[in-house]
Design a protein around this ligand. Structure first.
Ligand code: AMP
Length: 217
């Protein structure tokens, strides 16, 4: 299986699409955001260090992220292919990741850019709720993505929470970080000939079908 990198602004649907592709193909799922939120939840030294940065919509340092990724891609669930959801997010990360792959003799795979406008992404971020136990992503205003019972995870039956960085104000900062630091990766991967684009449709199934065409094409 080809590894996948999702390149997209915050709240474009990377997490939801990853969940669906993991279920269909059995990919390992590497979400740097989830890895960091887990450190915060456990209040590890790393978690304490990154908590306020993340709440403020700022990027965590490249060194920390590279260290997390280099360990995570070696885990057994990633052996047959994995999805990078939220990494790389800077040119330095992309270059370091290339070095990592060279050393391991692995291929980059495909980079899927999810096209979405700022207003739509902002609306999605502000109505997004997640399960603190299993991480499943819901959306209050989407018929497809709302929970069966208001505010409760369908599977775990625990109360859903809003991410600390999903407020309107923090979203704007995260989007600015994305434009400034992550958008240059679009050309970086386009020049390597590995970039494909899909649209963030209103229905997650439409977006999913486009991703499947790329993976199987
Ligand atoms: P996400 O869950 O992908 O939206 O990430 C949430 C937050 O985690 C981001 O706003 C950053 O603060 C931090 N983060 C996640 N991945 C990275 C990365 N690759 N580089 C820097 N910061 C990251």
């Amino acid at each position: 299986m080809k590894n996948i990198i999702f390149l997209a602004p915050p709240a474009a649907g990377k997490g939801t699409l990853s969940e669906m592709l993991v279920e269909k193909y059995g990919y390992g799922h590497i979400s740097t955001g989830d890895l960091l939120r887990n450190e915060i939840k456990k209040q590890t030294d790393l978690g304490k260090k990154v908590e306020s940065l993340m709440k403020d919509g700022k990027f965590v340092s490249d060194d920390i992220i590279i260290e997390l990724i280099s360990k995570r891609i070696m885990e057994s669930d990633c052996e047959n292919g994995y999805i990078l959801d939220g990494f790389p997010r800077t040119l330095v990360q992309a270059e370091k990741y290339d070095e990592m792959l060279n050393k391991l003799g692995k291929n980059l795979g495909v980079v899927i850019y999810i096209d979405i406008d700022k207003q739509t992404a902002m609306k999605r971020a502000c109505s997004r709720i997640t399960c603190p136990k299993c991480g499943r992503i819901y959306n209050k205003y989407s018929n497809e993505m709302k929970p069966k019972h208001d505010g409760m995870c369908d599977d775990c039956k625990v109360s859903l929470i809003q991410r600390a960085d999903d407020s309107e104000e923090t979203f704007a900062k995260r989007f600015d970080e994305y434009v400034q630091k992550t958008m240059p990766l679009y050309d970086y991967y386009k020049n390597k000939g590995v970039l494909k684009t899909i649209k963030a449709y209103e229905s997650k199934y439409d977006t999913f079908n486009e991703a499947v065409k790329i993976i199987e094409g």
